[in-house]
Design a protein around this ligand. Structure first.
Ligand SMILES: Cc1cc2nc3c(=O)[nH]c(=O)nc-3n(C[C@H](O)[C@H](O)[C@H](O)COP(=O)(O)OP(=O)(O)OC[C@H]3O[C@@H](n4cnc5c(N)ncnc54)[C@H](O)[C@@H]3O)c2cc1C
Length: 333
């Protein structure tokens, strides 16, 4: 790889994987441009506000809830975030007491915002095609812009990256394509519910439920991120999500509120339903990143780029972080 090919890297996806890759490259003097189709940065590090009245606004972490770390390199990053006051240790009764868990202090999206703060980020910028020339990659976006990079990193969930490649007429070697097509994600239906009164969820703000419909319930007020609203995040199980993904919001809400009623203990005054088609990987690619083209680098990364699936959900974020680091280090090597 010559010097020119790593002067300017375009990264599609401003989730944690893309943001970490961008930080590693930037720290090594490489110009990066991050494109994300979302309105906010962070991807599945997702937080939303629901304003109900002048007095009541709920703040909901509705994607990643909390994470843990096994890898020493990732731990170094987390230690920096702890020292900067961006994440905090998170104790609750439902998980392994010997393990340390972390969550964002203000919210989980605030970790994404922190990682994005010195980067060139373009939100609401969906990549629709990518094109390779002798001088690098050109990304065309839905809002009519075009971005050029000597190298390109794709960090969208694998099915979305495959669609982008297909729409761009880029044929992958058949073995690689079939491995990528085998990467499958769990879906997840999440309800953001604003309650009239404080929920009955334990004081830590977290409850693993594990029945046929509900996986967990989190009280964002008890966690301390929603001081002006009793904001509860209800995650359904993958099985329920599979069955109900295309059903109406009202049908989903009735069912899940009914199952959750003994922990809610209050009237719901407002709610939104969010459908995650790609919540977290069920199967993974088998390597920490994929370099498709070495001469004009095209790299795929993200939480599905790992040697093994995460042993539990709370180890998934770490996979995304590690993949971002490895993808960037590959370009630097
Ligand atoms: C409901 C839920 C609960 C979870 N709970 C936990 C947990 O408790 N612990 C844990 O460790 N992990 C958890 N996870 C998983 C964790 O959030 C993810 O593994 C991690 O955030 C993935 O990061 P990523 O950068 O790989 O992908 P993403 O965060 O998905 O980032 C990819 C980005 O690409 C963007 N994008 C896609 N296509 C395009 C395009 N064409 N153009 C521009 N941008 C595009 C998307 O908008 C997105 O922002 C949870 C996930 C969900 C959804």
């Amino acid at each position: 790889m010559n010097q020119k090919q790593k002067n300017n890297v375009v990264i599609i996806g401003g989730g944690i994987s893309g943001l970490i890759a961008a930080n590693v490259l930037k720290n090594n003097g490489i110009k990066t441009t991050v494109l994300d189709k979302g309105r906010g940065i962070g991807g599945r590090l997702a937080t939303r506000r629901i304003r109900h009245s002048d007095e009541i606004t709920g703040v909901f972490d509705y994607g990643m809830q909390f994470f843990t770390v096994r890898d020493a390199t990732v731990q170094k990053w987390v230690n920096r975030w702890l020292a900067e006051g961006i994440v905090t240790e998170y104790s609750h009764q439902d998980v392994d007491p010997k393990t340390t868990y972390y969550r964002g202090v203000e919210s989980n999206r605030s970790l994404g915002k922190y990682l994005a703060k010195d980067l060139d980020i373009h939100l609401q910028t969906r990549a629709i095609t990518i094109n390779k020339s002798d001088s690098g990659w050109t990304v065309a976006t839905e809002n009519g812009q075009s971005f050029q990079g000597d190298s390109l990193i794709l960090t969208a969930p694998v099915p979305q990256s495959l669609t982008l490649l297909e729409n761009s007429g880029i044929a992958l070697p058949s073995l690689i394509k079939s491995r990528l097509e085998k990467v499958v994600y769990y879906p997840r239906i999440t309800i953001l519910a604003l309650l009239e009164e404080l929920s009955l969820i334990p004081a830590s703000g977290w409850l693993t439920v594990d029945n046929s419909c509900l996986a967990s319930i989190a009280c964002n007020h008890k966690k301390g991120i929603s001081p002006q609203g009793f904001a509860v995040t209800i995650h359904s199980t993958p099985e329920f999500s599979d069955e109900y993904l295309n059903k109406d919001d009202q049908i989903i809400a009735e069912k899940l509120f009914n199952f959750a009623s003994s922990w809610l203990g209050s009237k719901v005054i407002n709610y939104q339903v969010h459908r995650w088609r790609y919540s977290h990987p069920k199967t993974v690619y088998g390597e920490e990143f994929l370099a498709v083209d070495n001469s004009i680098p095209l790299i795929l990364a993200g939480d599905a780029f790992s040697t093994k699936p995460a042993l539990d959900l709370h180890l998934t974020l770490e996979k995304a972080v590690l993949s971002g680091i490895k993808a960037a280090e590959y370009l630097l090597s």
